[in-house]
Design a protein around this ligand. Structure first.
Ligand code: SAM
Length: 271
């Protein structure tokens, strides 16, 4: 898989891509990440990439011409008829569709992802119309530029590539995992999975040694080695976390009879 990132701050990415899973994926060739300096596609002495907005108002807008030339240098196929499984062009924008785990999954099976990082007031909208397949936001807040958002997307996508994580199950059974509820059946004949959130829930809390830290002990269910007790505790805690922090997610997931009972208990009443 390959990422091409168009930015006015290519050096920004030296940090985020130089550690842990991303660095390993990069150095082993699992992913190629290239940054392209938008200023190299300008032709004036000041290497101007921005200009004042039509209609007036504060701030500056990234010009279309250097972006067009940057895109042209990437030999992309024309937007109309582009095979989005092969290549897709993303405009980062606070006005975009929300970036989610399922979008990360979708991008992780794309051969090439081109990401355009905005700055200032944003990018001339004609760039979006003419070259971009999707406008993506990483959350309901405004960043100073698209670079942090690009790093977030690359990180979330790369860890889903087969071979990126030491244990591939780590990305199957974590928060927002798309894994079916039905796939929670391992406890009968093996140790419980280290992560069990999955099925669209948030992950449950994790603990490691020592069993007692500052007088706070780990939950009893986790210390006895009873796989079924561990499974039930994890499911309960995943439901509790989700109910407390992201109740909206509960509307979207498949709920079992067991989940229904746990949720009724957590809410403090019988359903
Ligand atoms: N005028 C824009 C607005 O009100 O939506 C904000 C522009 S912002 C200061 C500059 C650039 O940062 C944007 O063009 C975009 O590339 C990036 N950006 C800001 N917030 C973002 C977000 N939530 N997700 C993705 N990119 C974002």
């Amino acid at each position: 898989m390959r990422f091409d990132i168009i930015t006015i701050f290519p050096d920004f990415f030296a940090g985020p891509f130089d550690f842990g899973i991303l660095k390993r994926a990069h150095t082993t060739g699992l992913v190629q990440i290239a940054t392209h300096d938008l200023r190299s596609f300008t032709h004036d002495r000041h290497r101007t990439v921005d200009d004042r907005p039509f209609g007036g108002g504060e701030g500056m807008v990234l010009k279309a011409q250097p972006i067009y030339e940057a895109m042209k240098s990437l030999n992309l196929s024309p937007k109309i008829g582009r095979d989005k499984k092969k290549e897709t062009v993303i405009l980062l924008s606070a006005q975009g569709q929300p970036f989610t785990q399922s979008l990360a999954q979708e991008l992780s099976v794309t051969e090439r992802v081109v990401i355009l990082c905005g700055r200032y007031e944003g990018v001339d909208e004609r760039v979006n119309e003419l070259f971009c397949d999707r406008e993506i936001s990483i959350g309901d807040y405004v960043l100073s530029g698209g670079e942090l958002a690009a790093a977030v997307i690359v990180d979330a996508v790369v860890r889903l590539l087969p071979g990126a994580l030491g244990n591939p199950d780590s990305s199957r059974f974590e928060s927002f995992g798309a894994e079916e509820v039905a796939d929670r059946s391992d406890s009968a004949d093996g140790p419980p999975r280290s992560t069990y959130g999955a099925g669209g829930l948030l992950d449950y809390p994790h603990y490691t040694r020592p069993a007692d830290f500052m007088g706070v002990s780990i939950p009893e269910a986790l210390s006895g080695g009873n796989h079924e007790a561990i499974r039930r505790w994890r499911r309960r805690m995943a439901l509790k976390k989700t109910l407390e922090n992201r109740p909206d997610l509960l509307e979207k997931i498949e709920i079992t009879e067991e989940d229904r009972e746990i949720l009724a208990e957590l809410r403090g009443y019988e359903e």
